[in-house]
Design a protein around this ligand. Structure first.
Ligand SMILES: *Cc1c(COP(=O)(O)O)cnc(C)c1O
Length: 346
């Protein structure tokens, strides 16, 4: 095991809890409160989410993103339906079949597309591939914002996907594990990026933005919210001491801390990428739109970085991924840059 005190950029879930969230949890720890979400913090957090989305949506709190995605998709699908997603989508590559499990068998149909993005052509191909009774009927499109390779869909791109969705009677789910990073990049409102662009259900990420744990399911199409609380409970996702999830959301959303955190993380990703811009032997595999940087490195460089104690995932897009968060330290980024340069330039 590596020394856990040495800061790493393998993922944004390596970072700790941001001070505002921790403070909100401490506040929620005074006195008692009813369990299972019947408390004032949960009511306030739901209201705050409705306020930032400018919408009378339904809000549910769960422990993690896999549950948020799996339960969202289950609410949008019958078991004989299918979900169109990108082949690199977290729901396909990193959730151990949870969406299929939660929906009793709804199948994921994988589309390709540059920069980890779905596009109208790839969606339409899958949506129209088969119309017979022997094939699971396409029902949902799931897209990730910002996506698995750190790229952001523009509002126009989401709207173009919505057009195809309408044409083929498909609903749209957004995996927003890093939605704050995308919002900062586009400079649009949460409403513009979601329900106004045609998103029906959102998995709203809190963990990677600065919470200890916790994601929210935000359901814009209220018909899909029917009995959702039972899904949450049956899946083992209903927190008994719910206030320690919901108070975290208050800490994150009040005073726009979530956007401040995301902006800092995005800035650090851009800083890291810019420091390597002119270094021969290093190239960016994907454009840097949010808080992730994917580097193509020679295998010797990869090995040597590892020897020097740097951790990085290399399973997405066959590139070394570095992810930045609300408290990534510039000094440590400089150390990483220095090591990469030293290894390459000898
Ligand atoms: C991290 C992440 C999730 C959530 O993962 P959990 O580990 O289940 O919380 C979902 N989608 C994407 C794109 C992610 O990066």
């Amino acid at each position: 095991m590596e020394d856990t005190n040495l800061e790493q950029f393998a993922s944004d879930n390596y970072s700790g809890i941001c001070p505002e969230v921790l403070e909100a949890m401490i506040q929620a720890n005074s006195g008692t409160a009813p369990g299972y979400g019947d408390d004032i913090y949960t009511a306030k957090a739901s209201e705050k989410i409705r306020e930032i989305f400018e919408c009378d949506c339904e809000v549910f709190f769960v422990f993690n993103g896999t549950a948020a995605n799996a339960l969202s998709l289950a609410s949008m699908c019958q078991s004989y339906h299918s979900v169109i997603c990108h082949e690199l989508a977290h729901i396909e590559t990193d959730e151990c079949g949870a969406p299929e499990f939660a929906s009793n068998g709804s199948k994921l149909l994988l589309a390709d597309g540059g920069n980890g993005k779905l596009n109208p052509t790839s969606i339409e191909e899958l949506a129209t591939k088969r119309v017979d009774i022997h094939y699971p009927k396409p029902k949902v499109i799931s897209l990730t914002q910002s996506n698995e390779v750190g790229v952001v869909y523009s509002i126009q791109e989401i709207k173009a996907i919505k057009k195809i969705a309408n044409k083929h009677n498909l609903k749209i789910h957004m995996d927003g594990a890093r939605i704050a990073n995308a919002l900062v990049t586009l400079g649009c409102t949460p409403a513009e990026m979601t329900w106004k662009a045609g998103i029906d259900v959102l998995s709203f990420g809190g963990t990677k933005n600065g919470m200890a744990f916790g994601e929210a399911v935000v359901i814009f199409d209220k018909n899909l919210a029917e009995d959702f609380e039972y899904r949450v409970k049956q899946a083992g996702q209903l927190a008994s001491k719910m206030r320690f999830i919901s108070s975290q959301w208050l800490g994150l959303l009040e005073n726009d801390v979530w956007l401040k955190n995301a902006k800092y993380a995005n800035d650090m990703a851009l800083y890291f990428a810019s420091q390597l811009e002119d270094v021969k032997g290093v190239s960016l595999v994907f454009p840097v739109h949010a808080n992730e940087v994917f580097l193509k490195l020679k295998s010797e460089v990869e090995v040597e970085l590892k020897k020097r104690g740097w951790m990085s995932y290399a399973f997405i897009g066959r590139a070394n991924r570095f992810v930045f968060s609300w408290n990534s330290s510039k000094e440590r980024i400089d150390e990483l840059v220095k090591d990469i340069k030293e290894i390459i330039q000898g």
